[in-house]
Design a protein around this ligand. Sequence first.
Ligand code: ACM
Length: 524
Amino acid sequence: MSPPPRSATTLPETAVTPSPPRTALVPRPAKARFKAGHFTFGTDTRLRVTAGAEPAAELLRTLLAPATGLRLPPAADGPVVLALDTALTGLGSEGYGLTIGPRSVLLRARTVTGLLRGVQTLRQLLPAQALAATPRPGVPWTLPCADITDVPRLPWRGAMLDVARHFQPLPYLLRYVDLLALHKINVFHLHLTDDQGWRMPVSAYPKLTEIGGHRRRTIRGPSGDHHDGTPHGGAYTRAELGRLVAHAAARGVTVMPEIEMPGHSRAALAAYPHLGNRPERALDVWTRWGVCDTILGVHEEVLDFCRTVLEEVMDVFPSQHLHIGGDECPTTEWERSPAAAGRVRSEGLAGPAALHGWFLTRVGAFLSRQGRRPVAWAETGTELPPGFTAMAWRDPEHALHAARHGHDVINSYHRATYLDYPQSPGPDEPPGQPGGVVGLRDVHGHDPVPAAASPQTAARILGTQAHLWTEYAATPARIEYLTYPRLCALADAGWTGPTPWADFSSRLAGHTARLDALRVARHP
Ligand code: ACM
């Protein structure tokens, strides 16, 4: 286990700042006007919930009960109204309107998801203690009077967590999703498999987790060979993944799983060597970091394996988008493999390098036939088969290339969205991904929609995503230290669009009290 980061701030509960500016909302609403006066919740305050709006009422009760003790029972004449109105216009699939007066609160949306976003705004408008996990008696639960109309700028605001390099048990994933939802992040991208671990059970291939879920040891720190000599392992049960999906859905968050292929698949090959290019060779689950040249083969059995695995993945994850990796796939093994040479000939390909696109095309077509949308990492922006949604990560212009090439794009430029880089060059930062710094200002200043995009190209940019690879982040405390507050800046970029730094940083100063009430082990 790594030591906790030196400057992490897991605050004692008494240190919660009592009164941040209530208007310090993160992300910033599209339109908000605050007025004099406030609405006060009493122990007997009731909710009027229109037909279909019950999930939002449930979430509001779940979120507020621990600290406030408010029960918010239903009543036809309750002063707090949650109204689903499918005739509302201008709010899209996630927008909401919120009117707070001295005697009433009205939250309206066209969709349940819009109401769920509005619930998070209501929660942020209460005193920060409302976010605590235990009772906070004596706090007046007031909301400032306001008129808010709020619609996201971009439909995809995601966060990726790599649970392959370091496994995190389910309770932490539930908390992780809770924190995403607070920031109106709507996609939780779960990186379930990699060279160093396979975390999802597949009944047709039990060794994926029995063998592929465990590695002998872990290299500690970014420089070199010092390993801890301690086995690391873990896998979710299918029931746990189902609970995660339901917990996230109740908060308006979609869980998008990622199953890596054809590279980053060493853990699968340790379990089933016959899926590789040298079936006679015994492999371990990888104990190094970096790019591994051991990759899947291209024989028919491998495609059967991918389809079977993805069928089970689709059973568990209803997400329309499914991620199949595709990144960092050296083709040296294919260059030496007679079976790969045979495949190149039979498919009429230019050479072994073309097998990468052939592989993704085959698997992507399978997902499309099942009504799903394949997602992959794009390394140039133009190499993915048609129909793939591209996560453009390498260079800032790749998002533009991919969009111009006809792909939907999630702007994942690593120098603005990779949270495994340290957030300052200071000596106090815990060891992180070497080779760069991604500061809060880098995340805040990155517009996911490139300035050079035409309106048609811009329409292809679905949004943006934060990414946390966990080679150097073994614990929840380290994950939160790396994620917050940088994810707050990404949430603003995705939901609101570019905001002036002074505006963002002053809102963040207020929002910090909420993170502290939630005992987020944030970067100072
Ligand atoms: C990646 O960072 N390998 C997508």
